[in-house]
Design a protein around this ligand. Structure first.
Ligand code: ADP
Ligand code: ZN
Ligand code: ZN
Length: 752
C-alpha cells in the first residue's frame, strides 16, 4: 500500500486533496502542519499537510506524488489545524483558502523553508582594517562603524535606528558597497522570555468590590473552558480586571491572547500593558508589513511573546502556552470579516478556547445581543460592573427635539448655547456626526438635479476641502460642476450635513476656539490620528468633530459635552440590528464624556423624540433596552433565536445574479424538503422557516456591478448547515454560478 498524504491546497475548490509519498521520503518526516510542494493541474502549489490518510476516494493510479517537503518542523501546530478545519466547515469556505489566509504571507509565497530571519550587521575584515580617517567628513558612516565595532556580536536594524541619525540608511548602503560591513541572518533564539518572580513591573490599582468579584470569578474558573462577559459601563475598570487576570496567567507560565477592534489598538492601551508587565508584549494588526507580521507570528509561535494583542486575524496565531483569551469591546463589528472568509473572530475565539479548555473573557459596556443570549442560556457568566472606577460620575443624557427648530448647518440653537457654556468653562466639546465630507448631496435649485454616482446607486458627497464630488462606495470622484448638468442653472445647494460642514460652522460660530476634525479624511497619514489625539489630550477649550472613529476606546478627560447631531438614520433602518447599533453608539459616545472628575452631559438631536426604543434606552439604560430587543427578536424569530445564512451574488448584468439566486432558491427548497423527509417527525423543524428573497441588495448597483441576495433562516443550526453545504455542492456544478461572483455569509452581521 503506498503512503497517502492529505493536504490543503490554496484553491477555491471546497475539498482536501490526496497525494502520494514517494519511497524516497520517510513518512515519519512528514508531519501535519508542514508545507509541501505539490503538482496541481499544470502548476506547482504550496500545500499544507493535514494528515496521513489510510485510504483515498481517488483511483490510486491517478494520485500524483508530493514534490518536496518544505519545512523541517510543522509551522502550524495541531490545535490550529483543528481550528482552521472547523472554520472551513462552519463558514463553508474552501479549506485551502482558509489555511492560506491564516498563514503569514511569506509562508504562502516562498517555496523554500524559511529560517526565521533577523538580519544583523557586522564589521568585515576589510572594514576593521580600513583607514577610518578617510571618512573625516562622512560623519554618519563613521558613527555606524563605531557602533558595529562596539557590538561584535552583531547589530540589528532596529538597534541602528535607535542610535543613528539623519540619512544613516544611505551611509549604511555606502559602507556595504565598499564591503566594509556586511549583514548576516541570525535565527531567533527559542527561549522563553518570562521571569516568573518578576512579571509585574508596577502593581495594579486596588480593585473595588465589583472588580474583585469579577476577578475572583475568573480565577476560580481558570484552567478550564469558561466564557465570561464583563458587562461594565465605560470607565468601570474592565481593563484593570483583564490585567489582574492576565497577571495570574503569566505567573502560571501561560500566554495570553487579547483581541481588540480595528481602531481599538491604541498606543494608550499598549502602554498600559507595558507599564504593568515586564514580559514580552507584541501587537499584530493590519498596519504591520509582511515581514513584521511574520516576525510577531513566529515569536508568538515559539512562546517568546507572552501577551499578544491583535485585531481579528490574530485569533489564528499559534500560541503553545495559551492560557486565556480576552476580547475587548466584544460588540464591535470589526471582529467580523466582511469579505473573503466571512468569519467572526469572536466565535472562532470561543471555539478555540473550548478546544483548548481555557477561559475566555469578553468585555464591553454595550454587550451584543448574541453574548447576552449566551448569558441567559447559562453558557456565559454575566459579570456586571455598574460603578465608575475612581469615582467619576456617569453623564446625563438629554434629547433635543429638532422638529420646528432652525438648524444652523446641523446645529440647533439649544446645542449652540450649550456648546458656548461648556467652552466658557474651558472644557472640550465633542460633536459626533457619522458622515464624512461637507454634504451628502449637491442639488440644483431650479430643476432638482442631484449628484449621483454613475457606478453606484448612491449620491456623490460634496468634499469642501478637496473641492470634489466623491462617491463613498467606489473610487469615483469628479470635479464640482460649475453649473447644473441638466439645466445649466448656476445655483446649487448642499443638502445634509457632513463633518466638514460642522467643522466650518463651528469655526464661524466660535472663532476663538480650536476646532479639530477627526475622520478618515484627516487621519489618512500614518500617525495622524495619534498626533491629533495627543493634541486633544493636552488641550482645553476645543471643539472635536468626528465620525465613529471617535466612538471607540479613547479617553478624552476634558470633554464635558458630547452631542450626536443626528440619530434619526439609526432609528429607521431596514436592518433589524439598527436599534442595537444605535444604542451601542449612543452609549459608547456618551462614555467619552466626563471620565475624570468633570461631570459630563450628552445631547441627542432627533426629530423622533417619542421613539420607543430610544426612550427605553434613556429611561432603563442599555440593560433594559437589551432586554426589550431580545424579547422582540424572540417573538420575530430573529438571531440570536434563529440562524441565518446569506447568499450574495453580483454581476455586470442584473439577469445573471437574478437567475443565479433563483436557482439557489429552487435548490434550497427542494433540498430542504428532502432533508425534512429524511428526518423523523420528532426532529422536524418547529418553525417553518424561510428563504427570503431573492431580492436586490439595499444598494443594488455598486462600483458598476449589480448585486442581489437571499437569506436562509432556520431555527436549528444543524439544518442551516446541512442545507447550505448541499446547496454549495449543487451550485458549484451549476452553469449559472459561472456568470456571477457569489459568496456565502454564515451568521451575517451586515445585511447590505
Ligand atoms: P474600562 O476599561 O472599563 O473603560 P478602565 O480599566 O480603563 O475602564 O478604567 C477607567 C479609569 O479608572 C482608568 O483611568 C483606571 O486607571 C481607573 N481605575 C480602574 N480601576 C480602578 C480602581 N480600582 N481604583 C481606582 N481607579 C481605577
Ligand atoms: Zn438643474
Ligand atoms: Zn460609486
Amino acid at each position: 500500500m503506498p503512503h497517502i498524504i492529505q493536504v490543503a491546497v490554496p484553491t477555491p475548490l471546497r475539498r482536501k486533496f490526496d497525494y502520494l509519498l514517494s519511497d524516497a521520503i520517510n513518512p515519519e518526516d512528514v508531519l501535519p502542519g508542514m508545507r509541501v510542494l505539490v503538482p496541481f493541474g499544470r502548476t506547482k502549489q504550496i500545500a499544507l499537510v493535514l494528515a496521513h490518510a489510510e485510504q483515498t476516494d481517488i483511483e490510486l493510479k491517478k494520485l500524483r506524488p508530493i514534490d518536496k517537503i518544505l519545512d523541517a518542523e510543522p509551522i502550524l501546530p495541531q490545535d490550529i489545524i483543528k481550528l482552521l478545519t472547523w472554520v472551513a466547515d462552519y463558514y463553508q469556505h474552501p479549506i485551502g483558502e482558509v489555511f492560506q489566509t491564516a498563514l503569514p504571507v511569506h509562508y504562502r509565497k516562498k517555496e523554500t523553508a524559511l529560517e526565521p530571519q533577523i538580519k544583523q550587521w557586522f564589521l568585515t575584515e576589510t572594514g576593521s582594517q580600513a583607514d577610518w580617517d578617510e571618512l573625516k567628513r562622512a560623519v554618519r558612516q563613521r558613527s555606524i562603524l563605531q557602533q558595529l565595532k562596539l557590538s561584535p556580536q552583531g547589530v540589528t536594524k532596529d538597534q541602528l535606528a535607535a542610535q543613528q541619525e539623519g540619512q544613516w540608511q544611505t551611509a549604511l548602503k555606502t559602507l556595504q558597497q565598499k564591503q566594509w560591513i556586511e549583514s548576516r541572518v541570525k535565527p531567533i533564539e527559542n527561549e522563553h522570555c518570562y521571569l516568573k518572580d518578576n512579571i509585574q513591573k508596577n502593581a495594579g490599582l486596588l480593585l473595588n468590590p465589583e472588580q474583585q468579584q469579577a476577578v475572583h470569578h475568573l480565577l476560580e474558573n481558570d484552567g478550564q473552558y469558561c466564557a465570561s462577559l464583563i458587562d461594565g459601563i465605560t470607565g468601570s475598570g474592565k481593563t484593570e480586571v483583564y490585567l489582574s487576570f492576565i497577571k495570574q496567567q503569566l505567573e502560571n507560565s501561560k500566554q495570553v491572547l487579547v483581541l481588540v477592534p480595528e481602531i481599538g489598538l491604541t498606543p494608550q492601551l499598549i502602554e498600559r500593558f507595558e507599564e504593568r508587565f515586564s514580559v514580552r508584549i507584541k501587537t499584530l494588526h493590519s498596519g504591520l508589513n509582511n515581514t513584521q507580521r511574520m516576525k510577531v507570528w513566529q515569536q508568538a509561535s515559539s512562546g517568546e511573546v507572552r501577551i499578544l494583542i491583535g485585531t481579528r486575524s490574530a485569533v489564528f496565531t499559534p500560541m503553545p502556552d495559551l492560557g486565556a483569551i480576552i476580547i475587548d469591546e466584544e460588540h464591535d463589528l470589526s471582529f467580523k470579516q466582511q469579505d473573503g472568509i466571512r468569519y467572526s473572530a469572536k466565535d472562532i475565539a470561543l471555539v478555540r478556547a473550548n478546544n483548548a479548555r481555557i477561559p475566555i473573557v469578553l468585555g464591553t459596556a454595550t454587550p451584543s445581543m448574541e453574548s447576552l443570549y449566551l448569558c441567559q442560556t447559562g453558557k456565559m457568566a454575566h459579570l456586571i460592573l455598574r460603578q465608575r472606577a475612581g469615582g467619576a460620575e456617569s453623564p446625563q443624557v438629554h434629547i433635543i427635539d429638532v422638529r420646528g427648530q432652525y438648524l444652523q448647518h446641523g446645529l440647533s440653537r439649544t446645542l449652540i448655547e450649550l456648546i458656548k457654556q461648556h467652552l466658557d468653562r474651558k472644557n472640550q466639546v465633542l460633536l459626533f456626526q457619522n458622515r464624512r465630507g461637507y454634504a451628502p448631496v449637491l442639488l440644483c435649485n431650479k430643476c432638482g438635479w442631484i449628484s449621483h454616482c454613475h457606478r453606484c446607486d448612491a449620491k456623490l458627497t460634496y468634499h469642501y476641502g478637496h473641492n470634489r464630488l466623491r462617491c463613498h462606495h467606489c473610487q469615483h470622484e469628479q470635479a464640482i460642476p460649475a453649473q447644473c448638468p441638466e439645466c445649466a442653472n448656476t445655483e446649487m445647494s448642499c443638502l445634509g450635513v457632513g463633518t466638514e460642514r460642522v467643522e466650518k460652522t463651528a469655526k464661524e460660530l466660535f472663532p476663538e476656539t480650536e476646532v479639530i476634525r477627526i475622520d478618515r479624511d484627516t487621519t489618512q497619514r500614518k500617525d495622524a490620528l495619534q498626533n491629533i489625539l495627543e493634541k486633544v489630550r493636552d488641550g482645553s477649550q476645543q471643539i472635536l468633530i468626528g465620525t465613529q472613529m471617535l466612538a471607540k476606546g479613547h479617553h478624552f478627560p476634558n470633554v464635558t459635552l458630547v452631542a450626536i447631531l443626528d440619530i434619526d438614520q439609526g432609528l429607521y433602518s431596514v436592518d433589524f440590528r439598527a436599534p442595537e447599533r444605535l444604542a451601542q453608539l449612543i452609549v459608547q459616545v456618551s462614555g467619552r464624556a466626563g471620565r475624570e472628575e468633570k461631570k459630563g452631559q450628552v445631547l441627542l438631536q432627533t426629530s423622533h423624540p417619542e421613539d420607543e426604543m430610544l426612550n427605553t434606552l434613556l429611561n432603563s439604560g442599555y440593560a433594559g433596552f437589551a432586554e426589550k430587543v431580545l424579547k422582540e427578536r424572540r417573538e420575530l424569530l430573529l438571531p440570536p433565536y434563529a440562524y441565518q445564512a446569506m447568499i450574495r451574488a453580483e454581476s455586470n448584468k442584473i439577469e445573471n445574479y437574478q437567475s443565479f439566486l433563483e436557482y439557489c432558491f429552487q435548490a434550497l427548497s427542494s433540498i430542504k424538503q428532502q432533508l425534512l423527509k429524511s428526518q423523523n417527525s420528532t426532529q422536524k423543524s418547529t418553525h417553518n422557516i424561510q428563504f427570503l428573497g431573492p431580492v436586490p441588495a439595499p444598494m443594488e448597483k455598486k462600483a458598476g456591478k449589480y448585486r442581489g441576495q437571499m437569506f436562509d433562516e432556520e431555527d436549528k443550526r444543524v439544518m442551516l448547515h446541512d442545507l447550505v453545504s448541499v446547496l454549495i455542492n449543487s451550485v458549484e456544478a451549476n452553469k449559472a454560478a459561472q456568470r456571477v461572483r457569489w459568496s456565502i455569509d454564515i451568521d451575517p452581521q451586515d445585511l447590505s
